[in-house]
Design a protein around this ligand. Structure first.
Ligand code: SF4
Length: 369
């Protein structure tokens, strides 16, 4: 394509983006590969201004507590899990939850992100009992729990249906379903890096079922490993389609969070030689293109934990409007080399993106690197 023609095509597609039209996989890839970074940043920021006009950067205080590190999924990028029977295997007990929740409240947190491995013996009653116990002790703590792969695993153990499992988890106290375990939603990639997890279609089906049950969710993408550029765009389009099918008044995916593969000591890096080569520019481009490709998902979150604060701050001028959680505790990506921590930004929110006041008696966490 001649340069003039290419520039015209970039302009046409940026105009489509400003009109909130759905761009195809090919159109998105064309923009990603041909638009100047500044053009993408400008257009994504204009879209953000219309979708999130208040201009505040939202953030949240929560704690990631792992239910168990026992897992049989064997993902090639995960340093967190232990096989059943391993000397370091654990299932978190209620006394530990109590201590961690009380610390969370002290630090101003209002939510637990509860996730863990695919334990071969922990089925629906384990999670329903756990959620029920926590809610009985701390009725105001929100539970942002599990993820589609864990729901798929529980469904398989129970020989049940996604709908029944989600209904039971919701009744037990699950407030929202994180978009964990999406990685890249194509089966080629999943076979290579996370064969033991649910396939792409099952991940999407579980999210659609959650939306039908009016459970709010988020969506993620972990990139910078074995995926192609086309597969990233297929991922975005699949999320957009699920969001388009959500019934009213369900909120569906409240946010999209793209983050980069953390490679330190992972099997993917050690055995396959796969390293995360994503540059700061590429991450900012992905944030901008996410805002453009996903006009029906309102909040785009910059993953400061994986790319660092300064890159994440640039993302705030490139379509992102949210910094996610300051995360009192996080063990999974930190175990693969994401050391970033900090303690404050601007407008505190809850999981539903409703604004909160910073609690008066909040205690600042002392971080010991
Ligand atoms: S990422 Fe999750 S599912 Fe995969 S091995 Fe680690 S704990 Fe298991």
């Amino acid at each position: 394509m001649a340069i003039q023609e290419r520039l015209m095509q970039v302009d046409n597609l940026l105009q489509k983006a400003l009109n909130f039209e759905f761009l195809t996989v090919e159109e998105g890839m064309f923009l990603f590969e041909n638009a100047a970074l500044t053009e993408l940043m400008y257009v994504a920021n204009e879209c953000r201004k219309k979708q999130v006009p208040h201009g505040k950067v939202t953030w949240q205080i929560d704690r990631n507590v792992n239910t168990t590190n026992v897992c049989i999924a064997n993902c090639k990028f995960c340093n967190f899990y232990r096989i059943p029977g391993h000397s370091e295997a654990y299932i978190t007990d209620i006394e530990t939850y109590k201590r961690k929740i009380e610390e969370t409240i002290k630090y101003g947190g209002d939510q637990l992100l509860l996730q863990g491995g695919h334990h071969p013996e922990l089925g629906l009653s384990f999670y329903a009992d756990l959620f029920g116990q926590i809610k009985q002790l701390y009725p105001n703590i929100k539970l942002h729990t599990l993820g589609p792969p864990e729901v798929a695993h529980i469904t398989k153990l129970e020989k049940s249906t996604h709908r029944e499992v989600l209904m039971a988890l919701k009744a037990a106290g699950m407030d929202s379903l994180p978009g964990a375990g999406a990685e890249i939603l194509t089966d080629r990639v999943r076979r290579l890096i996370s064969k033991g997890k649910c396939g792409a279609q099952e991940w999407l089906d579980i999210m659609h079922e959650a939306h039908k049950l009016n459970i709010t969710t988020s969506a993620t993408m972990m990139f910078g490993h074995v995926e192609t550029l086309r597969e990233r765009f297929e991922h975005l389009v699949k999320l957009r389609e699920v969001q388009s099918r959500k019934p009213e008044p369900a909120k569906g995916f409240l946010a999209f969070i793209p983050w980069t593969f953390q490679d330190v000591d992972t099997l993917l890096a050690r055995i396959r030689g796969v390293h995360n080569l994503t540059t700061a520019e590429e991450y900012i481009r992905m944030i901008a293109i996410s805002r453009i490709m996903l006009p029906n998902i309102k909040n785009i979150q910059a993953s400061w934990l994986t790319v660092g604060k300064s890159v994440a701050q640039l993302c705030l001028n490139s379509g992102a409007n949210d910094f996610g959680s300051i995360m009192i505790e996080e063990n999974v990506v930190s175990a693969a080399g994401a050391p970033h921590r900090f303690t404050s930004t601007t407008q505190l929110r809850n999981q539903q993106y409703e604004w909160r006041e910073i609690p008066e008696a909040i205690v600042e966490q002392v971080i010991d690197y």
